[in-house]
Design a protein around this ligand. Structure first.
Ligand SMILES: [Mg+2]
Length: 428
């Protein structure tokens, strides 16, 4: 059902964004020591808040709704929302997006306001577009229009289109075929996207070999974290999706485990996987502990549902759905609270070395305890909502059983008991 897919995509983006946000900018090792595994929110207590990734996806749907899915009007509506979004002082905003928004305020048209950048801004908001339309060419056109408002480097466009195609395929076909996805990308993107296609093929090959997403990231030179460069973000996100397409939790945790721009990578994967599993595939506990206002989970659900209905029936949105605020007047207040929490996280990361002394000893003690009580490299407990993922490798047409490099299915996660016991987060 299309409505479920759009709702799942938007909520999946929001939950992934909130889960990954506290890990943003940290290397995998430091993230584990500081926060522990990403199996719950670590932003404010056990609650999560979203950042620009979700806000942009929400604004894309709002622009679609108020433009009646007319491409030209969509561009204008989305640009208007971006301008007001910047004025509300968002705590997280990419440099290219900020510069493009300033150009919009200076009077540039949406078609010429973009700046030359290969950041992942357009990719983080394109999954929802992949769930909205049946025709791939329409999806690609809307992604192109959404991208050029802020980014003009073709790499940013190709990355955004790949994310949209993944969400489109995940909605259209379950179970999907990884080779079919690569063929779809190859058909849809121009020859200039050859470098990205090669990276995607590497990701597919890595899934076949049973490598985990952090192992794939490390093999591509991202052992200290995934950057905001779209040719790093998108292949890693696609790897996590291909390896864990049935399981929302494992998919977003796999990509957060890679470190770096964790909120964006997790939001992208969350959106793609959410398009396939729908809202019921996203853990209810994570949805209920999303601490957001004024754009609550209920608001996002209704927005996605209204948008799916409007596009399906091609109805003009003269009803209440089109009467939304360009930006809710409570957003600046919400952003100030958000900024204070973000700054507190920043200060927490800068704490002086004195607190590492007791932590070091506690870690040693708890490590001994963990080794005596638990088996290291114990497989992660399967998530409640997940089906068996051991078939991930079987989704590929080409058999690899004769390849000597083929390993057993990935052992997701390792015993993190001592991280949990001794992580600095326990004492913050
Ligand atoms: Mg963000």
């Amino acid at each position: 059902m299309k409505s479920d897919s759009v709702i799942g995509c938007l909520l999946g983006t929001a939950v992934g964004d909130a889960l990954g946000l506290p890990y943003e900018g940290l290397s995998p090792g430091r993230a584990r020591r500081l926060l522990g595994p990403p199996d719950r929110y670590h932003f404010i207590g056990r609650c999560g808040m979203v950042s620009d990734d979700t806000e942009h996806s929400r604004m894309v749907l709002e622009a679609l709704l108020s433009s009646d899915s007319d491409p030209d009007r969509f561009e204008t509506e989305f640009a208007r929302r971006l301008k007001w979004w910047l004025l509300c002082l968002p705590a997280g905003c990419g440099l290219a997006t900020a510069r493009a928004c300033l150009k919009l305020w200076l009077g540039f048209a949406p078609s010429s306001s973009g700046v030359f950048s290969a950041g992942n801004g357009p990719a983080m908001r394109s999954a929802v577009l992949g769930t909205m339309f049946e025709d791939v060419n329409v999806v690609l056109d809307f992604v192109r229009r959404s991208t050029r408002i802020t980014h003009t480097d073709p790499k940013a466009l190709f990355g955004a289109q790949v994310v949209a195609l993944a969400a489109w395929l995940n909605r259209q076909q379950q179970p999907f075929d990884g080779q079919q996805f690569l063929a779809l990308v190859e058909r849809s993107l121009p020859s200039e996207a050859e470098e990205l296609l090669t990276l995607l093929k590497s990701a597919g090959r890595s899934v076949q070999l049973g490598e985990t997403t952090p192992e794939f990231a490390a093999s591509q030179g991202m052992s200290h974290g995934v950057s905001g460069y779209v040719y790093q973000t998108v292949p890693v996100a696609i790897h996590a999706w291909l390896a864990h397409s049935d399981c929302y939790e494992n998919a977003v945790q796999a990509v957060i485990d890679c470190g770096g721009d964790a909120d964006t990578t997790s939001a992208i994967v969350g959106g793609i996987v959410g398009a396939g599993v729908g809202p019921n595939g996203i853990p209810a506990a994570l949805l209920s502990s999303l601490w957001e206002w004024p754009y609550t989970v209920d608001y996002l659900t209704k927005l996605a549902s209204d948008c799916a209905t409007a596009v399906d029936s091609c109805q003009r949105t003269s009803n209440q759905s089109s009467r939304r605020w360009l930006m809710h007047p409570g957003v600046p207040l919400r952003n100030i609270v958000f900024l204070i929490i973000v700054l507190s996280h920043g200060f927490r990361r800068l704490l002086p070395p004195w607190w590492r002394w007791p932590n070091r000893h506690l870690r040693r003690l708890s490590s001994r305890f963990a080794q005596s009580q638990f088996t290291l490299n114990k497989p992660r407990r399967p998530a409640e909502n997940c089906r068996d993922e051991s078939n991930a490798q079987n989704r590929w047409i080409e058999p690899l059983t004769s390849d000597p490099r083929v390993k057993s299915p990935p052992v997701a996660g390792s015993c993190r008991v001592w991280f949990w016991l001794a992580g600095p987060g326990r004492f913050a």
